[in-house]
Design a protein around this ligand. Structure first.
Ligand code: FES
Ligand code: FES
Length: 928
């Protein structure tokens, strides 16, 4: 929420034009224009991602020029014309073309950046109808996107005048494989999509959390009542003693350990200890620095080494050696195999925290309705939220309704609770609506991060180039609370071999507590960190064997029928060899081009090419993971799909409907989506681990087929009969016989449907034994990336020139959406490899924490391999997590290929690269 009111109590009447309408408001002249647009004028298409001029989400036109509305004092708008995304249509037909182009290109994923992008692009196109790619990239450079990797946005702007006409509905039975425009796309390009902060009940109170400023501290409250009295407008102050149920939550119940409010001791900087609830104006002015709490800073564990040191203080008394959980997969005799190997290579790698940096900060509101609580907020996991809120309030889960809003980027962090418990508690006690929006800093200090990892590994191979063994040890810094630490520790040992046959294998992991922000789920659950180490080590092994690095991987690639490191034998759908082979033409050409460039290099630039493979098990590791879909036929002949799979921008709402339409044999434009809401959609599990296309898609496939069977049964027709869906009736053609079902003649059920079907799919897995042997996943996705880079040996900078990404997706249900996932994953992978590291206590904003902008992302060529899974719907596998895994190791291998250095602590920032260059004594690296 806006806090600019703190700056001054002076009010003024200000007049300016907004989207062609003159408005007159009384407000502080210093109030942020973004706040006035959203709060006073209800123009929530203008998003607020940082309130500091860093993200560009709030971009509007001020007298035709793009500006960050969060940096414009409202007085500066006096007498000006302001255009927000809602008003772009008035500027002429260009905007309609731009919207269509965005939709056709898949340029809006979560959509949180989309209004800012559209406004910035409109300003450019109004003065230059044919901009160059560089001009587009320059214009969009001020607006950050965390989902798309920018390439589709750039293409949408460049090709806006190329006669984009809109969507052609696919033929019946051909929705799967179609580049269908996302079904939830229009509100994203209209600026009318509702995110967590965009809808507020009239008169809702505002909640602000009081958070610990130290990494670890004991605390005592002063006179809370007096504080409330001194600050008119405060309605209540909440602390742990106000929690009617358990002051504890966590995504994995067995390990749930995080309090809503800390009691006596806070275990990380940013942990909440209390919440203040009050009226909007008063809360905007409230200075929480005066909140009556005294802190006693305590010594804190700031690293894995400190946490694991003998005698270290325990973060949680019941967790010995600060180890939350251990993971283990062991197969064969790794020590013997390494001792007998013809060549070995070993290495140690370290990675840091990575921030999700969703453009939409966490937000929502809650209201009490009788004996139930309703929470409308951004989330990736409504049913898990429901369970935890019920536990906190001490009420049955059925008394909690979670209404997910659109999610402005998740990537794993919105699997954990954020605003929800505070809102639920306040609203429950006050019987009033309460809202909360995290500031960017609050989001960065308190929400989960990617786990920092410390990895040690050794691999061996024989002269014939076959890998014989891998020994892998990794510790993951899971921070102060468990979050997804157990999942990372369990998933990594299964994946640390990479997608190769490794007969002798040992992978041991630990998730270790420190006094730092909890690490949780972030695209890949630890596998991206692991791949950075294992794929660089395999390059070293190939080099020792004097083998081509790509051919080494092809030689060792898993095949159908080859046992994995858990002894699982995938009979079909092992597409890694095809992924690697698809890269061969570009690999050979790029290697030649780089060698040529380096031969002729006279300045400080050197080029290199790197490759890395990946695999990723879709869904939970050896745990139940069901999704349930409900489908209903209405008397008017339209179909409702109750799909609770939360679309966080990846496109699951569209993909799941494409699958269901073809399974039912119905045109996709007959579908109405009923999206995630725990009161009206069955449980589709959480949006994580690349499971929605595979698991929820399979449930939709089964529900579609079940409804078709029911229709055929009613018509007494055979399985091969053709069903035609018409307004108010069905026509069933069974050979020469035709049946007509008039839908209004059928009775309706309590949902209002004349026919309905529901189906649940739970992927078949088996538990892992003590050595991690078993069937952890029913389906794996495979992929490989090829990176071409240019290194400046004087500055230590690395520029990625091109990424070629091949992915085995089983069946490409929607190629445009898959490419969007790949390009977005590549962008996050480049960030991980070269620039992103979060230091708790430092740079907790998007100015100091850098994520890739449009200028950082090279062309990405996606190659889709369709080696169908025997289990997935129409053979489909997942792609969301897979997309990020190979980029960073491919870039780091390319860096080594260019100049022969390995950076052991990642990201390979210019200072680290430069240091490694100087240590290696690379000729020409000394500045002239
Ligand atoms: S909200 Fe204005 S730049 Fe981020
Ligand atoms: S689509 Fe750009 S931030 Fe999500």
């Amino acid at each position: 929420m806006a806090t600019t009111e703190q700056l001054t109590d002076v009010q003024a009447t200000l007049s300016f034009s907004v989207n062609g309408r003159v408005v007159s408001i009384t407000a502080s002249p210093l109030a942020r224009l973004s706040s006035i647009l959203r709060e006073e004028l209800g123009l929530t298409g203008t998003k607020v991602g940082c309130d500091a001029g860093d993200c560009g989400a709030c971009t509007v036109l001020l007298d035709g020029e793009p500006v960050c509305a969060c940096l414009v004092a409202t007085a500066q708008a006096q007498g000006c014309e302001v255009t927000t995304v809602e008003g772009l249509a008035q500027r002429g037909p260009l905007y309609d073309k731009l919207q269509k182009s965005f939709l056709m290109h898949g340029a809006a994923q979560c959509g949180a950046c989309t209004p800012g992008m559209l406004v910035a692009a409109t300003a450019l196109l109004e003065r230059n109808q044919k901009p160059t790619e560089n001009e587009v990239m320059d214009t969009l450079g001020g607006v950050l996107c965390r989902c798309t990797g920018y390439r589709k946005i750039i293409a949408a702007v460049l090709e806006v005048n190329d006669g984009v006409t809109g969507q052609k509905t696919p033929e019946v039975g051909h929705a799967v494989g179609d580049r269908l425009i996302r079904l939830d796309g229009q509100p994203k390009v209209n600026g009318t999509e509702i995110y967590g902060a965009d809808e507020v009940p009239a008169g809702a109170l505002v909640l602000r959390a009081v958070r610990c400023p130290f990494h670890r501290a004991r605390f005592r409250f002063g006179d809370l009542e007096a504080y409330a009295l001194q600050n008119p407008g405060i309605v209540t102050i909440l602390t742990a003693k106000d929690i009617p149920g358990e002051n504890r939550y966590g995504v994995i119940s067995k390990f749930a350990d995080q309090p809503v409010f800390a009691v006596e001791e806070a275990r990380f900087r940013g942990e909440a200890v209390a919440a203040v609830v009050g009226e909007y104006e008063a809360m905007g002015k409230l200075d929480l620095a005066n909140f009556p709490v005294s802190w006693k800073k305590l010594p804190s564990l700031m690293s894995l080494e400190e946490a694991l040191a003998p005698g270290a203080v325990r973060v949680h008394n019941n967790r010995e050696e600060n180890v939350l959980v251990r993971g283990r997969v062991v197969r064969g005799d790794v020590d013997k195999a390494l001792a007998e190997a013809d060549v070995t290579a070993e290495a140690e790698y370290e990675t840091g925290f990575v921030e999700h940096a969703c453009i939409e900060p966490e937000a929502g509101f809650a209201r009490r309705v009788g004996d139930t609580i309703e929470i409308q907020a951004c989330t990736q996991s409504p049913y898990m939220d429901r369970s935890d809120i019920a536990r906190i309030l001490g009420i049955p889960p059925e008394a909690v309704r979670i209404i997910p809003t659109a999610v402005g980027g998740g990537f794993g962090t919105k699997l954990d609770l954020s605003v929800q418990p505070f809102l639920a508690l306040a609203s429950w006690h006050l019987d009033q609506s309460v809202r909360m929006v995290y500031s960017r800093t609050e989001s960065m200090v308190s929400t989960t991060k990617r786990h920092p990892a410390s990895m040690r590994l050794k691999a061996g191979a024989n002269r014939d180039g076959k890998i014989v063994a891998l020994d892998f040890h990794a510790d993951f810094n899971t921070g102060a609370y468990s979050s997804w630490g157990p999942t990372v520790a369990a998933r990594v040992p299964v994946h640390a071999s990479g997608p190769y046959y490794v007969p002798h294998y040992r992978a041991l992991t630990r998730a270790v507590h420190t006094h730092l922000v909890p690490a949780g789920a972030f695209r890949g659950f630890g596998v991206p960190q692991t791949a950075m180490a294992q794929e660089q080590l395999y390059d070293e092994l190939a080099d020792r064997l004097q083998m081509d690095r790509l051919e080494f991987r092809i030689l060792n690639a898993l095949d159908n029928g080859t046992p994995t490191v858990t002894g699982q034998v995938l009979g079909e759908g092992v597409g890694i060899r095809a992924c690697l082979e698809a890269l061969r033409p570009r690999w050979l050409a790029a290697r030649q081009e780089a060698a040529e460039f380096n031969r002729n290099a006279t300045g400080s630039f050197r080029r290199g090419v790197g490759v890395a493979g990946m695999w990723y098990g879709c869904g939970n590791t050896s745990l139940p993971n069901p999704s349930t879909m409900r489908i209903g036929l209405k008397p008017d002949g339209r179909i409702s799909l109750h799909q609770g799979a939360i679309d966080i921008g990846q496109g699951s709402a569209t993909v799941v409907t494409q699958i269901c339409a073809d399974a039912l044999g119905c045109p996709i434009d007959r579908f109405d989506l009923v999206s995630g809401d725990t009161s009206i959609t069955p449980d589709c599990g959480k949006t994580s681990a690349s499971r929605q296309t595979f698991v929820s898609g399979k449930a939709a496939y089964m529900a579609g087929q079940a409804l078709r069977r029911e229709i055929l049964r009613r018509a007494g027709a055979c399985e091969c009969a053709n069903v035609s869906f018409q307004d108010g009736r069905l026509e069933v053609q069974d050979g020469s016989r035709q049946h007509k079902i008039v839908l209004s003649n059928l009775s309706t059920d309590h949902h209002g449907y004349v026919l309905t079907a529901e189906a649940t799919f739970d992927p078949p897995t088996q538990p892992l034994d003590d050595n991690g042997q078993g069937v952890p996943y029913a389906v794996f996705g495979f992929g490989a990336h090829l990176a071409e880079v240019e290194v400046d040996i004087e500055l230590g900078t690395v520029k990625v020139l091109k990424i070629t990404a091949s992915h085995d997706v089983g069946r490409a249900i929607n190629p445009t959406l898959i490419e969007g996932q790949i390009e977005g994953g590549v962008a996050q992978g480049i960030g991980m490899a070269l620039m992103e590291e979060f230091f708790p206590g430092k740079g907790e904003n998007l100015h100091d924490y850098l994520i890739p902008s449009a200028g950082d992302i090279p062309p990405v060529e996606s190659i889709l391999i369709e080696d169908q899974s025997p289990i997935g719907p129409f053979g489909a596998k997942g792609i969301g997590e897979q997309a990020v895994i190979s980029t960073a190791p491919a870039v780091l291998n390319a860096l080594h290929d260019a100049i022969g250095i390995r950076v052991r602590k990642i990201p390979a920032t210019p200072d680290r690269v430069r240091e490694a260059i100087l240590q290696a004594g690379i000729p020409g690296a000394q500045r002239g």
